[in-house]
Each structure stands twice: as structure tokens, then as C-alpha cells.
Design a protein around this ligand. Structure first.
Ligand SMILES: *[C@@H]1O[C@H](CO)[C@@H](O)[C@H](O)[C@H]1NC(C)=O
Ligand SMILES: *[C@@H]1O[C@H](CO)[C@@H](O)[C@H](O)[C@H]1NC(C)=O
Ligand SMILES: *[C@@H]1O[C@H](CO)[C@@H](O)[C@H](O)[C@H]1NC(C)=O
Ligand SMILES: *[C@@H]1O[C@H](CO)[C@@H](O)[C@H](O)[C@H]1NC(C)=O
Ligand SMILES: CC(=O)N[C@H]1CO[C@H](CO)[C@@H](O)[C@@H]1O
Length: 334
């Protein structure tokens, strides 16, 4: 087979085809999980036909020109960073990681406190559904056009990623133009996921039961909550960094499904310039268990009297106790 080469940055010669009738446009538009990682690298780098096109490229008759055009139509920006985030890619970052000094307070250790440098950027005009797993290779994922409307509650459609029950998302940086970060429809695992600038919230947990995990990663500039816990069961967070935020986790205070307990477990979490680590509804038996963590203004838990009628829940105390807000190994010097 001849090695065909194509420069992805060629101007797009073809128009966008109708995704209702054209199989190439239809596939690329509606199968973001497969099309997007391909489009991101395909439009960016030299592609040789001998490296093999994905099976679904048959929908595009394996035509490179057509693939390029349709990638550009549905994932504008392709592998190129949107103009607003270019600075992120060119800024030289010094990665800071916390270390524990002998004899000091039980501060978290090994937590990275700077946004990692991205390895490229991907922009999509719809949320990316993750059925099983997605490893983003530290690319910056964002929505284009922008859907973030600050604290106006939007919905799952305005998320960056929608994880199906059991799915894992790893090694991604989520940009400022999306609105709802990650939505987990069931139990999910997030590994090394970073939010550059949280819009409505960073993660919404909807599982009915079981445990979801957040391992590593961090979130910046959440004017309200980082993790919104609307389902039930346990949210287990470790080695996580939060900076400038309202609350790290909040059990839904007034969701219509309220009635059961939610449990939050935090270990080795470092939180600066924000509010409590946990907002829990003690009347429903919620718990928050914190260990080896730091919050620089001594804010561990706010306890609420939650409801299922949509009313603003009343606050009923704050701080550690032996029943709802269990704290061990906690420091305020970070
Ligand atoms: C596109 O390709 C996939 C995988 O090869 C195939 O299952 C699917 O039916 C094709 N879709 C269309 C719209 O032709
Ligand atoms: C209560 O419900 C209102 C309206 O749905 C919402 O704006 C608010 O954030 C909720 N409060 C809490 C603490 O969940
Ligand atoms: C408020 O907290 C106290 C102490 O934990 C508890 O005894 C009381 O039942 C709570 N009140 C409501 C309305 O939940
Ligand atoms: C933090 O708050 C707790 C009570 O919630 C208090 O016992 C403790 O002394 C406070 N620590 C600091 C460093 O202010
Ligand atoms: C269970 C329940 O409805 N709890 C409270 C919800 O919030 C309202 C208003 O603050 C309270 O009156 C309820 O007792």
C-alpha cells in the first residue's frame, strides 16, 4: 500500500455534509468517544495511510480529505487549541507537589498544587459520552461554543464528559468553557482529572448506591461546589487539590429524591482559599470522614437539615463531631 501523507492543517476545502443523510458526517457527529480522539490527532499531525485508519472510517470511504473536513465540522479546533486557551499551552509551568516535613502537622503529601501542562487541546460542541473508559493523555478538553453560564444551573447536556455506570475517566484537563464538568450516571472512577476553571460544578454524582472514586487531580475557581452529590452511597476522594472554591463536596440539600444517606470519604486532600470540605445533611444520616487533610481556614463540615421539597436547607451546626463529621489527621497550615 502506498504511504499517503496529509497535512492536517490544510485549509478545509469541503463544506460540512448533512449528518442526517451522510454516513461519514453522521458517524463523526454522533460517536464522539471514537471520533474525537481520532480527529484530534488526525487533523493535527501527518497521517500515513499505512498506520491504518479506524474501522469506522469506512463510513467515510476511507477518504482522508473527507475525514479531515468532517472532523473540522464537528470538532472545530480539532487538535488545535482554541484561541482563548493558547496561553495555557505556551506557559511554562513549574509543577509544585507537597511534601511532608518530619515533625510537621499531618499535611497531605504528594498532592500536586498546580494545573498540569496540557499536551494538546480538543474542543467539542457536545458532551463526550464515556461508556467504559477514556484516557485523555493530558489533553485539555473543552466545549466550543462556550456553554458555561456561571451559576445558572444547566444540565447534563452542558457537561464535558458523561460517564456511564462503571466508567473510568483519566488524565484530562477540563477547560473553562464547559458548564457541568463530569456527570457520573452510576459508579465511576476519575483518575488525575483537572478542572482549570469550574463553571457550575466540577462533578455530579448520580449513582443509586456503591462507591465512586476521585483519585488525584484538582479543581480551581469553583464559585460554588466542586463535587455535587445527588445520588447515594459513597464518594471517596484521595490525593486531591482544591483552590478557590465554595465547598469541596455538597450532598444535595433539597433534591426531590432526598431521603437516604450519603457518605463522603476524604484522605490526603489539600484545600485552599475556600469553604468547607463537606456540606452534609445530618438529618438523613450523611457522614463525612476526613483524614490526613488540610483546609487553610479550619473548615471541615457544615451540617444541614436537608429536605426534598426544594426549600433552602437550614444550617444546623459545623465542625467535627463523633457521628457525622469524623476528622483525624487534619491541619490548617497549607
Ligand atoms: C460506521 O462504521 C461503524 C463501524 O465500522 C459501523 O458499525 C456503522 O454501522 C457505520 N455507520 C454508518 C452510519 O454507516
Ligand atoms: C436548593 O434548590 C435551589 C433551587 O433548585 C437551588 O438553587 C439550590 O442550590 C439548592 N440548594 C442546595 C443547598 O442544594
Ligand atoms: C441539629 O443538630 C443537633 C445536634 O447534632 C441535633 O440533635 C438536632 O436533631 C438537629 N436538628 C435538626 C432539625 O436536624
Ligand atoms: C479548628 O476548629 C476546631 C473546632 O471546630 C477547634 O477545636 C480548633 O481549635 C480549630 N483549630 C484552629 C487551628 O483554629
Ligand atoms: C425533611 C425536611 O423536610 N426537612 C426540612 C427541609 O427544610 C425545611 C425548610 O428549612 C424544614 O422546614 C424541614 O424540616
Amino acid at each position: 500500500m502506498h504511504a499517503l501523507t496529509l497535512l492536517g492543517l490544510l485549509p478545509v476545502a469541503l463544506g460540512c455534509l448533512n449528518s442526517k443523510t451522510n454516513p461519514c458526517a453522521s458517524f463523526i457527529k454522533s460517536n464522539a468517544a471514537q471520533a474525537l480522539p481520532f480527529c484530534a490527532t488526525f487533523t493535527q499531525s501527518q497521517v500515513t495511510a499505512t498506520t491504518g485508519l479506524p474501522a469506522w472510517a469506512t463510513n467515510c470511504s476511507n477518504k482522508l480529505k473527507l475525514l479531515t473536513a468532517e472532523c473540522a465540522c464537528h470538532y472545530p479546533g480539532g487538535g488545535n487549541p482554541p484561541a482563548t486557551t493558547t496561553t495555557t499551552l505556551t506557559t511554562i509551568r513549574t509543577t509544585k507537589t507537597t511534601t511532608r516535613t518530619a515533625g510537621s502537622n499531618p499535611n497531605p503529601t504528594g498532592v500536586t498544587t498546580t494545573l498540569p501542562q496540557s499536551s494538546g487541546a480538543v474542543a467539542t460542541n457536545a458532551a463526550i459520552v464515556v461508556p467504559v473508559s477514556l484516557d485523555g493523555g493530558m489533553k485539555l478538553y473543552d466545549r466550543s461554543p462556550r456553554v458555561c453560564a456561571e451559576q445558572d444551573e444547566t444540565g447534563e447536556d452542558d457537561a464535558m464528559f458523561i460517564l456511564e455506570d462503571g466508567a473510568t475517566l483519566s488524565n484530562v484537563i477540563i477547560g473553562p468553557n464547559q458548564a457541568e464538568g463530569v456527570h457520573c450516571k452510576g459508579q465511576c472512577t476519575l483518575i488525575n482529572v483537572w478542572w482549570q476553571d469550574v463553571c457550575e460544578d466540577a462533578l455530579t454524582i448520580k449513582q443509586n448506591s456503591g462507591t465512586s472514586y476521585v483519585i488525584g487531580g484538582g479543581a480551581f475557581k469553583a464559585s460554588d461546589k466542586i463535587f455535587q452529590f445527588n445520588g447515594f452511597g459513597t464518594l471517596d476522594i484521595k490525593n486531591f487539590y482544591a483552590e478557590e472554591y465554595g465547598k469541596v463536596v455538597r450532598s444535595c440539600g433539597n433534591c426531590s429524591n432526598n431521603g437516604g444517606a450519603r457518605h463522603v470519604v476524604m484522605d490526603n486532600v489539600l484545600a485552599r482559599d475556600g469553604g468547607v470540605l463537606c456540606g452534609i445533611n445530618t438529618n438523613y444520616g450523611d457522614t463525612c470522614t476526613i483524614s490526613n487533610s488540610c483546609q487553610d481556614s479550619n473548615k471541615t463540615c457544615d451540617k444541614y437539615d436537608g429536605n426534598n421539597s426544594g426549600k433552602e436547607p437550614k444550617k444546623n451546626g459545623s465542625g467535627p463531631d463523633s457521628q457525622f463529621c469524623k476528622v483525624s489527621g487534619f491541619s490548617t497550615s497549607c
